[in-house]
Structure formats: structure tokens, C-alpha cells
Design a protein around this ligand. Sequence first.
Ligand SMILES: CC(C)[C@H](C(=O)O)[C@@H](O)C(=O)O
Ligand code: SF4
Length: 467
Amino acid sequence: MSRGTLFDKVWEQHTVATLPSGQTQLFIGLHLIHEVTSPQAFAMLRERGLPVLYPQRTVATVDHIVPTDTLARPLQDALAEEMLQALEANCRAHNIPFFGIGSGRQGIVHVIAPEQGLTQPGMTIACGDSHTSTHGAFGAIAFGIGTSQVRDVLATQTLALNKLKVRKVEVNGSMVTGVYAKDVILYIIRQLGVKGGVGYAYEFAGTTFAQMSMEERMTVCNMAIEGGARCGYVNPDETTFAYLRGRPFAPQGKNWDQAVAWWRSLASDADAEYDDVVTFTAADIAPTVTWGITPGQSVAVDETLPTLESLPEAERAIAAEAYAYMDLQPGQPIQGTKIDVCFIGSCTNGRISDLRQAAKVVEGRKVKPGVKAFVVPGSERVKAQAEAEGLDVIFQAAGFEWRNPGCSMCLAMNPDKLQGRQISASSSNRNFKGRQGSAAGRTLLMSPAMVAAAAITGEVTDVRAFL
Ligand SMILES: CC(C)[C@H](C(=O)O)[C@@H](O)C(=O)O
Ligand code: SF4
């Protein structure tokens, strides 16, 4: 029964049946695929001789394995070329729209679907990728799925799922200068824990999110999964509609007005019932940096690292493991930590507003000698926009490399990798051990503006000194 949240309303609208298991058979409005988690799913369809039921409800792009320097085909990495060819062949065989390299529409899957207007309020969206939660910024129920579920969606356009509980995560007030959406979500994850959201959808509510742009909301929802919540969402409002209007796949003309009225009706009711409510104040949030091996291990840039005794008992073992791996000490300041590589990009922070914020810090300054710094726009469209604004010139004049779109060193499934024990300042979303291409490599997560400041000084720096 609906209790008035957007989550409940959208779930009910998409319920096909209640299965004997008690699970819901949920219709998936939009299915996004990329080269990493789709090949086996297509292979399983082939084995059973099954077609793709609604090919026009799936959209494909290539993002994880694309090199960001030269895009000449065949790709230099034979395995990457093979994965790209497999995706191209599967899309051709099943008549699935494919946004390939050079199409003007390629990019990280969670960047391109919103910018094309494919992601819309009230939809159910699935993708074989954990950061599918990003699309919840539009008031969609969007979540990551595994490869066998990709198969299920291809074959039936539905999934068998357990309904999630809903936690309202309310943040109120304006963010202070130097604090960005990234800091807000890192703060929330620090407060609620990386497993705090397991079994929940997070509804991000309150004036802080109401004031945010769509790109900022995407940054927040992107990392809901890092807090354990399989999906996160913001109720659709005027900001959402203004963003979508006129985008290639957005409704047009009379359909537009109908769609907006419909989307408006889906927002959570004022008296909606939640399974849990937590409230924070934006003024308490400072520029934030992770120091450990989970996105929950973070501090304000002007804080010292926590002593083990100061942490809840359940967090001490992983903190001790993090200190050993990162070679950092409890009680030391995070500010001043030396940085080798600065990476601006990813589905968390590779959009145009992210690049603008970073460029503002970089303009007229130089990257510290010895630091490798590079920018990877989230999509071909973001890259073109940034170049039209001259951001590429600002970055390159400062000593940054300006690359082609893809996931790049967020996950390092392409040639962009840390070496040995290198330590990165990264605008991405995961700081797991070995995440960025070197088994011993270390990652500090922060906002793009903070990465830019680190590139200039060669160490973790409070971006507020640059603004
Ligand atoms: C490759 C893919 C399955 C993976 C994910 O699911 O998130 C990747 O995008 C990541 O960020 O680790
Ligand atoms: S940018 Fe990173 S987090 Fe996002 S989809 Fe690519 S690898 Fe995953």
C-alpha cells in the first residue's frame, strides 16, 4: 500500500505482479547497458534463443574501457577492442541504440542518459552498474543490477525484486563557500555509515537539495550506493523540469505539459510516511576528504584523523586496516598530505559544472612540478561544452592534461592507472584498496575544486583559501 512517498508511488505504478516468493515483478522503463556487464547477459539470451523484448527501452554506450588519449581503432588494448566489438555486435543484432565513440553522445552511462533527457521522473531505471543510483536525482527509482538481472531485463523488461524501505535524509540550509554536493554526500555517508543504507532507498529532502542544481543532485544520488542505499532520489521540482526541457529524448509540445503535470503528482506527499528520518544541517558541513579505504572514512579538511579509541568499536578494525594501507597516522592532520596524481572526472564529478568549479581554482595558477594532473570529461557533450567555454585552455595552461571522455582512473579499466604506492586526489566515488589500477595505490576522495587545489600545491589543501 502506498504511504505517499515517490518511491511507493513509482513502485506501484511499475508493479506487474506479486510473485509466489513475495517479491515484486517490477517493470523497468529504461535499461542502460555498457561493455562490462552486458556481454554475458547477451550470451545467456543466445543460449536460450531468446530475443530482446523491447530493444528501444535499452540504450548502450561504452565507457569503462575506452582509452582517454588516443581513440584510434582498433583500440591498442586487444581486450578492450574485443569488449567494444562485442557490444557493437550485440546492439546491431538486437536493434539496440548505441552511443559510440565519436557519435557526440558517448560518455559515462550515468552522465549521458540525463544529458540526453532519457532519464525522467517517475521512471524505473536499471543498469548493470552500481552507480545507477545517480538517475534518482530526477525522481526516478534507479538502481544497479548484476549480469543475470541484465539478462532478465533484456528478455522480459522486468525484474524480481524485494521492495526497499525508505529513509528520508533531510539536510537544511545553504552550503558555505567551498562546500559542494560531494562534501554533502561524503558527510552523510560518514554520519550514517557505508552500510547504513542497506535495505533502504534514500529520499534526499530539505532545503539544501531543493537549492541544488540537477548536476549537484546527481553527485549526491550517485554516492547513495556508497552509503549502502541501492537507490537514492530527490523529488522532481521546477529545477528538474527546467533541466529536462528541450533535451533530445524529453517529451515535446503538448506531451511536455502532460508529462510535467504527471511528474509533479509523483513527488512525495507532505504527509508521506517513512521508515526512518534523519536530519542534518548544511552549515555543519566543511570541505571533506577521505583518509581511508571506504568512502565513509572521511574528515573535514581542517580536522585531524580520528584515533581508534574515538571511533565506535565496530569501525576500529577497518580503521586500523586503513591506517596501515594508507600509511597515515591517527591524530595527524589530513591537510598537507602529499599528492602524486590529481584526477578530475567520473560519473560523480565529471559534468560541466564540476569542470567549471575546478577551472575556477586552477585559472592563472600552475600545477605543482612533479604532480600529474588530468581532466576527463564525463561525456563527449561535456567535453564539447567545456571547450566552447575555454576550460580546456585554462586546464592545459596550468599543466593539466585534457583527455577524452570515459570512466578512466575512477576504476582504471583503461590505461589510466596509478603506479606503485602513488597517492591520488580524486573526484571519483570509491577509495577501495587498489581501485585506481595499482594494487598498492591510494586514493583520497574529494570535490573537483579540492582536487584542483591539491594539484596546485601538491598536497591536500583547503580550497577555501583559493576562493
Ligand atoms: C564495472 C561496473 C560493474 C562497476 C560497478 O558496478 O559499479 C564500476 O562501474 C564501478 O564503479 O566499480
Ligand atoms: S565513472 Fe567510475 S563509478 Fe562511474 S560507472 Fe565508471 S567506473 Fe563506475
